[in-house]
Design a protein around this ligand. Structure first.
Ligand code: PMP
Length: 382
C-alpha cells in the first residue's frame, strides 16, 4: 500500500517494451530502417501520452522523470520568459522537486511566493490571486497531491495566472491515470511513467504549442531541441503503453479503488480512537488514505506494520529518510507531532478487499502497543 513510492510495471507494458531492448534497438535520430523503427515507436508513444491528457503529440517532451519535467516546466519556462518579470508563485504543498527549483530561482534573483492551503490541503485561490501580479512569470499548482490525496482546483488557478498574463504549470504526476485531465487550460504539465504503471526513469512535460522553455540539458537537440540526449526508447514505449492502458482502464479502476479506500478510512478511523483523516474527504485521489494517529510516531508505525507485511509510508518517498515532518501536513496547519503521527496508504492494482480487511484488523493492535509505550498517551487510551 505504498504505490505512491513505486508501482509495478504492468505485464502488458513490459511486453510492449521488451522488443525495444534487443530487437529494435536503433536510435530514432539515425537515417536508416532501424532508426526509423525506433522513431516510429517513440512517436506512437508520444501520441498515447498526449491522448491521456487531451494534448497533441507534438506537445509532449519526454524526460527522465517527473523531477526533470518539473525542473524544465518551472525552471526552464521561467528562465525563458524573464522579460515578463521576476516573480513566480508556487503552492506551498508542491513536490520537493518543484520547491527546490523555486529555491534555485530565488538564488538567481527571482522573487518567490507560496500560495497557502486550507486545513484540508486545498490551495486557497483568493490568497493565490493576491500573490499573482503583472510581474509574475509563472504559477505552479499541482493537479493533486500524492501525499494527502487532495485534488487541487488547478484549472481555476490557471485562470488566475492567465488573467495576469502569467504562464501556468501543473504537476500532474500523482493525478494522471487516476482522474481525467485536460491540458486546455494549462501551459505546462508534468507526468511520470511509473505512476501510470510504466517503467521508472521516464517522464514527460506537456509544452503548449507555441511556447518554449529554456533547455536544462544541452546536446544534440533531441525532443525538438528542448531536451537533448538519445531517447530512452524502451522506456518511452513503456510510458506510451502505460498511458494507453490508463486511458482505457482508469474509470473502472478508479471506482474500484475508491470503494477500497473508503472502506480502509472508515475501518481504521472507526476502530482506533483519536485517529483522523488528513486531507479532503471527497476531493481526493481514489487511491489515497492519509491517517493521523495521536501520540505516536509514523516511523515506529511503519516499521511495526512492515513486519506484518503491510508496506506504508509517512509521506513522500523522496523525503521519507529526512525524518523532517511533512511540509504538506505542516502547510495544512498540523502541529509538528500531528504531522509525525501520520501514515500514507496509497493503493494500487494489486490491492484487493482482503488486503484492506487485513490492515483494518491489524492496525488497532499495533497502534495500541505503540501508544502503551508512548509517554504522550493519556491514561484512558493506554
Ligand atoms: N511530483 C509529484 C507530485 C510526485 O509525487 C513525485 C514523486 N512520485 C514527483 C513529482 C517526482 O517523481 P520522480 O521522483 O519520479 O521524479
Amino acid at each position: 500500500m505504498d504505490h505512491g513510492a513505486g508501482k509495478p510495471v504492468d505485464p502488458r507494458v513490459l511486453e510492449a517494451m521488451t522488443p525495444y531492448f534487443t530487437e529494435y534497438y536503433g536510435n530514432p535520430a539515425s537515417f536508416h530502417g532501424e532508426g526509423f523503427d525506433a522513431l516510429k515507436a517513440v512517436n506512437q508513444a508520444r501520441q498515447q501520452v498526449a491522448s491521456l491528457i487531451g494534448a497533441e503529440a507534438g506537445e509532449i517532451v519526454f524526460t527522465s522523470s517527473a523531477t526533470e519535467a518539473n525542473n524544465l516546466g518551472i525552471g526552464g519556462a521561467t528562465r525563458r520568459y524573464t522579460k515578463k518579470g521576476n516573480r513566480i508563485v508556487l503552492s506551498a504543498i508542491e513536490h520537493i522537486s518543484s520547491l527546490n527549483v523555486g529555491k534555485e530561482l530565488y538564488r538567481e534573483g527571482f522573487e518567490i511566493k507560496y500560495a497557502p492551503v486550507d486545513a484540508e490541503g486545498v490551495v486557497e485561490l483568493g490568497e493565490l490571486e493576491s500573490l499573482v501580479n503583472d510581474k509574475t512569470v509563472l504559477v505552479s499548482v499541482m493537479a493533486a497531491n500524492g501525499e494527502i490525496g487532495t485534488i487541487q482546483p488547478f484549472e481555476e488557478a490557471a485562470e488566475i495566472a492567465h488573467r495576469s498574463d502569467a504562464l501556468f504549470h501543473t504537476d500532474a504526476t500523482a493525478a494522471a491515470g487516476q482522474i481525467g485531465l485536460e491540458t486546455k487550460s494549462v501551459d505546462f504539465m508534468t507526468l511520470s511513467s511509473n505512476d501510470l504503471y510504466g517503467p521508472k526513469g521516464v517522464g514527460a512535460l506537456y509544452v503548449k504549442k507555441g511556447l518554449r522553455v529554456k533547455p536544462q540539458i544541452l546536446g544534440g537537440g533531441q525532443e525538438r531541441g528542448i531536451r537533448s540526449g538519445s531517447e530512452n526508447v524502451p522506456g518511452i514505449v513503456g510510458m506510451g503503453a502505460a498511458a494507453g492502458l490508463a486511458s482505457a482502464e482508469m474509470d473502472a479502476e478508479g471506482k474500484r479503488l475508491t470503494i477500497l479506500r473508503d472502506k480502509l478510512i472508515k475501518g481504521v478511523t472507526e476502530s482506533i480512537k483519536e485517529s483522523y483523516l488528513n486531507g479532503h474527504p471527497t476531493l481526493r485521489l481514489p487511491n489515497n488514505a492519509n491517517i493521523r494517529f495521536s501520540y505516536i510516531e509514523g516511523e515506529a508505525l511503519i516499521l511495526s506494520l512492515d513486519q506484518l507485511g503491510i508496506k506504508v509510508s509517512s509521506g513522500s518517498a523522496c523525503t521519507a529518510k529526512t525524518l523532517e515532518p511533512s511540509h504538506v501536513l505542516r502547510a495544512m496547519g498540523l502541529k509538528h507531532e500531528e504531522a509525525h503521527g501520520s501514515l500514507v496508504y496509497t493503493l494500487g492494482k494489486v490491492n484487493n478487499e482482503e488486503h484492506i480487511e487485513y490492515v483494518i484488523q491489524q492496525m488497532p493492535e499495533v497502534v495500541g502497543r505503540l501508544r502503551a509505550m508512548s509517554p504522550l498517551t493519556p491514561e484512558e487510551l493506554r
